[in-house]
Design a protein around this ligand. Structure first.
Ligand code: BG6
Length: 283
C-alpha cells in the first residue's frame, strides 16, 4: 500500500491488475477509482481542499447520520459528522485476481456524541476491480434505538454534464431542492441537465445509467438497502460560489447518490444494523 500526503491529509493507494483505489482515513473518503487502462470514474475537483475538518469536493463523501442540513439544528455541519472524522483502517488488500479493497471503521466517541447523542459502529468496505462495490454498514451499539440518514455521495466523472442523460428514474417522484423542496411527479423522460439540479428521488430501488456520449461510456449505479436516490449538479452560479469546485469544473461532474434520506431514514433497535450498498460498473 502506498501512503502519501495531499494537503494536510494522508492518502492510501492500492494498485492491482484490474484497478487502482485510493482512500483517505479522513471521512473514509474514496478519492480515486481507476480501472486499468481507462480514465478515472470518480470525479475529484481540481480545487478540492485536503484539510482536517473539511469535506473533500469529489470522490465519495460518506454522509451519516443526517443528510443535508440537520433537522432542528441549522448550525450543525451539512451531511452529518462522518465525512470529517478520522476513520480507522481495518485492512487494505489486493486480491490475487487484482481487485483492491479497503475496510474502514468509525465508532462513536465524545466528539460524535456531542453532535449526535448515540452509540454506533460504522464500517465502510470498498472493493474495486472493473466494478466498484461500496457497502456502508451502520450498527447500533447503544441501549436505545436511533434513526439516521446516510448516503454514498458519489461524484462521477463525465465528459460534459450538459450532454449526459440519466436513465432509471423515469416516473419516480422527487423532492426538488431547487424549488424549496416541492414534491413533483416523476418525468417520463431521462434526466438531462439544463440548470442547477438538486433532487431527492423517493421510494426507488432502481439502478441508474449515466449515458455519456462524449466519452462513449455508460456508468451504471445499482444499489441495495436504499429507497432514495439524490441527483445533483450545481450548474454555473452555484459552482462559482463554491471555492473548492469553481466555475470551470462543474461540467465534469454529476452526483448520483445512493441514499437513505428523508422519509427513507432508517431506525435501528439496540444491536440492529443496516447496510447501504452501491455497485458502479462502466460499460
Ligand atoms: C447534495 C445535496 O447531496 O450535496 C445538495 O443534495 C448539496 O443540496 C450537495 O449542495 C453538496 O453538499 P456539500 O455539503 O458537500 O457542499
Amino acid at each position: 500500500m502506498l501512503s502519501y500526503l495531499r494537503g494536510d491529509l494522508s492518502l492510501l493507494r492500492l494498485s492491482g491488475a484490474q484497478a487502482a483505489l485510493e482512500i483517505t482515513p479522513h471521512g473514509a473518503h474514496l478519492t480515486d477509482w481507476t480501472v486499468a487502462g481507462t480514465q478515472p470514474v470518480l470525479f475529484l475537483s481540481p480545487n478540492a481542499v485536503f484539510q482536517p475538518g473539511k469535506a473533500i469536493r469529489g470522490g465519495v463523501p460518506l454522509v451519516f447520520p443526517w443528510f443535508g442540513p440537520k433537522t432542528g439544528d441549522p448550525r450543525a455541519a451539512q451531511h452529518g459528522l462522518a465525512r470529517v472524522r478520522e476513520w480507522d483502517l481495518e485492512s487494505g488488500t489486493v486480491t490475487p485476481e487484482g481487485e483492491c479493497s479497503f475496510v474502514m471503521s468509525l465508532a462513536d466517541d465524545e466528539s460524535t456524541r456531542a453532535a449526535w447523542p448515540h452509540a454506533f459502529h460504522a464500517r465502510f468496505t470498498a472493493t474495486a476491480g472493473r466494478q466498484l462495490r461500496m457497502a456502508l454498514e451502520i450498527r447500533n451499539t447503544g441501549a436505545a434505538g436511533f434513526t439516521f440518514e446516510a448516503a454514498l455521495h458519489t461524484y462521477l466523472a463525465v465528459s460534459d454534464a450538459r450532454r449526459i442523460r440519466i436513465r432509471g428514474l423515469e416516473n419516480v417522484a422527487y423532492l426538488d431542492k431547487v424549488d424549496g423542496g416541492a414534491r413533483k411527479p416523476g418525468e417520463s423522460v431521462p434526466i438531462v441537465f439544463t440548470g442547477e439540479t438538486d433532487r431527492l428521488y423517493v421510494d426507488t430501488a432502481s439502478a441508474c445509467t449515466i449515458e455519456d456520449p462524449g466519452w462513449q461510456r455508460r456508468i451504471v449505479v445499482s444499489k441495495s438497502g436504499s429507497r432514495s436516490t439524490v441527483v445533483w449538479n450545481p450548474w454555473t452560479e452555484k459552482a462559482r460560489a463554491m471555492a473548492d469546485l469553481g466555475e470551470g469544473a462543474w461540467t465534469g461532474m454529476v452526483c448520483v447518490e445512493t441514499a437513505n434520506a428523508g422519509a427513507d431514514a432508517r431506525t435501528l433497535a439496540p444491536g440492529g444494523s443496516h447496510v447501504l450498498e452501491a455497485v458502479i460498473a462502466v460499460e
